[in-house]
Design a binder for this molecule. Structure first.
Ligand SMILES: *[C@@H]1O[C@H](CO)[C@@H](O)[C@H](O)[C@H]1NC(C)=O
Ligand SMILES: *[C@@H]1O[C@H](CO)[C@@H](O)[C@H](O)[C@H]1NC(C)=O
Ligand SMILES: *[C@@H]1O[C@H](CO)[C@@H](O)[C@H](O)[C@H]1NC(C)=O
Length: 281
């Protein structure tokens, strides 16, 4: 191959390749997002800038965690859209996406992160002595907590002790991103009663909630049952006494009511007599 021949071949390859890339650039719509992610902010303006739309833009809208934000719907045919978040908290954090209504539709996502929200499933729990207590806290927001911890608050409320999983078969902790569960085995009245804290942490911050655990003695657990037994005994006694006291009245009642049938009997007797008389006539 001559020198000029190889130059031509090389040039040809470059030309084909660049043609290929140009074609690609022409058909591929591109969305530039600003910012690319929202971290530790109290408010933000999200924006998307669409270049090389594949067709006419019929409109655009935004979504949060896959749900369309109705207020963001627009049929303005521009390749640019903004969405303002006035206050970023766990309620407004999430995965946002701008969607341009072209053929096909195109979208780009922006993660808006905030500290999580943590809430006790129930703020007070009851357990019976020797039983097992189950305390639950639920996490929400974006991102969900990546770490959970539990603490027992001291009686005076001034300090807290971390609870670790599996200690003396007493505690067991089970975690999922949106939920933490603390099991307390073999409940003890003096030792386990009190306030517990659950703490959820993500890379933006943490949140906690409090649960008050009350432990009842075995005997106390019997009280409702004993109450019912006592109630039944009292009722039976009252009915018994009432029945006994009613007896003489009943006899009097029977005498009173007995006079009526007597009368009617005498009436029928008269009738019978009449009939008999008529028959004899
Ligand atoms: C969108 O991007 C284009 C090209 O990068 C740029 O020229 C234009 O100013 C951008 N528009 C806005 C509103 O940022
Ligand atoms: C706690 O220990 C149990 C049993 O060993 C285990 O199944 C569970 O995943 C542990 N929980 C945590 C939060 O490590
Ligand atoms: C926790 O997450 C699971 C799976 O992602 C989901 O099915 C469940 O509904 C969530 N629970 C709460 C309370 O958000």
């Amino acid at each position: 191959m001559t020198r000029s021949g190889s130059v031509w071949l090389f040039g040809g390859i470059i030309a084909v390749l660049s043609c290929f890339f140009q074609a690609d650039a022409r058909t591929d719509a591109l969305i530039m997002t600003e910012p690319s992610e929202v971290n530790n902010k109290t408010s933000a303006t999200l924006s998307c800038n669409l270049t090389n739309p594949s067709s006419e833009i019929k409109g655009h809208y935004w979504t949060r965690n896959g749900k369309v934000i109705d207020a963001s719907k627009s049929d303005i045919k521009v390749p640019y859209t903004e969405y303002q978040i006035g206050k970023i908290d766990y309620h407004h954090s999430g995965i946002y996406a701008c969607v341009f209504q072209t053929e096909p539709q195109v979208n780009a996502t922006i993660e808006v992160k905030a500290a999580p929200h943590v809430a006790a499933y129930k703020h007070s729990e009851y357990g019976n002595e020797n039983d097992r207590a189950v305390l639950v806290c639920v996490g929400s927001g974006y991102p969900l907590p990546t770490d959970w911890s539990w603490y027992k608050v001291s009686e005076d409320g001034n300090s807290k002790a971390a609870i670790s999983n599996g200690t003396d078969d007493k505690y067991e902790i089970k975690n999922t991103p949106n939920k933490t569960t603390l099991y307390i085995n073999n409940l003890d009245i003096s030792g386990d009663m009190g306030k517990y804290l659950c703490l959820g942490i993500n890379d933006q911050g943490s949140a906690e909630d409090e649960i008050l655990l009350r432990v009842r003695s075995r005997l106390a657990a019997l009280w409702p049952f004993l109450g019912i037994v006592a109630e039944v005994i009292i009722l039976v006694t009252i009915i018994f006494i009432y029945e006994k006291r009613r007896k003489p009245d009943d006899i009097a009642d029977d005498e009173d009511s007995g006079s009526a049938p007597l009368k009617s009997n005498s009436a029928t007797n008269h009738k019978d007599k009449n009939v008999r008389q008529r028959n004899s006539n």
